[in-house]
Design a protein around this ligand. Sequence first.
Ligand code: PLP
Length: 542
Amino acid sequence: MESIQDGAERAGQDRKHSDKGGGKASAGAGEAGNEPAIENKGGEGVGPRAGGRSLRLVMPGAGNAGGHANTERMPDPVPSAQMTLVEQLTEWARLRIDERVFRAGMRMPSIRQLAQEKGISRFTVVEAYERLVALGYLESRRGSGFYVRERAGQHAAGIAATPPLSPSARAIDVTWLLRSMFHSAEPHKAPGWGFLPNDWLDGELVGSALRGLGRQPGNHFLASGTPQGFLPLRQQLRTRLEELEIGVTPEQIVMTSGITQAFDLIARQFLHPGDAVLVGDPAWFVMFARFAAQGAQVMGVPYTADGPDLEALERIVQAHRPKLFVVNSVLHNPTGTSLSAARAFRLLQLAEQYDFLIVEDDIYCDLCPPGHAATRLASLDQLRRVIYLGSFSKTLAANLRVGFIAASPDLAVTLTDSKLLTGMATPEINERVLYKVLTEGHYRKHVERVRMRLDRARDDTRRALEDLGLRMFPGQSAGMYLWADTGRDTNAIATAGHEEGYLFAPGSLFSPSQMPSAWMRFNVASSTDPGMLRFLAGQLER
Ligand SMILES: Cc1ncc(COP(=O)(O)O)c(C=O)c1O
């Protein structure tokens, strides 16, 4: 039996239905010009069970830069022997609509073309489409065909203030990558993954801290933590920040559920509909959607080998007078570059001159090797115009969700109030775990080991990608990522990869414009698998 592969474990829950066979074609389900086709690989017939046959589909609008469609295989949510062709087709479409590979408003392949070209009964296609209509995934438009329905909540992570996307860009978006990350394939198949694989981290660091906490007498786990977060941890963070020459008191530190919550609090505090907010182009994409949800205009500042292009920034600032500029000053995601001292100094001058705040996201702080030329804006400015963000998601455990904001005293109070209103206190158990890890003395050794391993992996990944003809962004000498120019539409590569169980992070996701891009982010801890590199080579030859 040919297996139909995909990482679609959660699909196919209603798979017990039997195939009742036919169904009537919707009136006027019409033809489409540039449409997907199904190939019935396992022989003909729409019997009660598919008996292990698999279907091959050609995706609409997910082609390469030249517009050719990609062939993709039907997923195997359950062994295909247990599913009828109708069920397989239904699950296949349902999964893609859930993951926004097929997006609201997209036209589905026509019944006749699918049935004729690939020798599947029209009734099979009709039945699957009708089921998808009944499930609320599709709508039938008289005389025009079947379309993916807009469903409640689908907008939430979209970017409101961006131009319409080209057909190839439409296949993939931020939500798609985030969802994929949460049920992704194994690390060796996930060069687009944004975290280190578990076996690079030290589970025992967290495990022994948890066990230690569990042995402590008393009921300190039961009551809510304090609004700003666990005080001993904030005192410890003050010491760490002093090492970076950022002077703070514990009262200026607000613990958050990762930097993601810090962005949420900052967006609520500073952004109103129509306000401009500047981010890198490229930059970490989740914040784009958060700012856009606030009604803000998210604008991208191009990047150079040592940080944002300040001439471009000044032009944008003069035209749009932004409230905030978010900058990942050290080991920027995705370019891996760090801000030079000269650029940091000039950036602060511009912030002063044009009166905007800088949000400095320093999530990769501990991956920065000693001696690496990197300037923190917060150390130059001492938290007057700069709001500094930190997190332990990359180096310790994303699951702990412990991050923090360091800000001026007044702002720390305001953001704490906002934190209380939106989520009460952050979990103190997690903060106590982090406190134990940081104070028991093994964390530094752990990050040192990770950095050394990253250095080797970066060299290997760079070599492998350059052998495939990829061009590296200049100035990447540390951190988790390589940002590389593939010379192809990376949305198409990511879409094709998805069908083979690979998770790629295409460049379009990292741009607030979401325009198709030839750039791709590679996590060096997950990018040397020979199978993945062969797959990539195949895509580049197309
Ligand atoms: C630049 C950047 N900022 C913030 C985050 C999110 O961090 P957290 O897990 O602390 O919410 C990430 C995660 O990928 C990131 O790359």
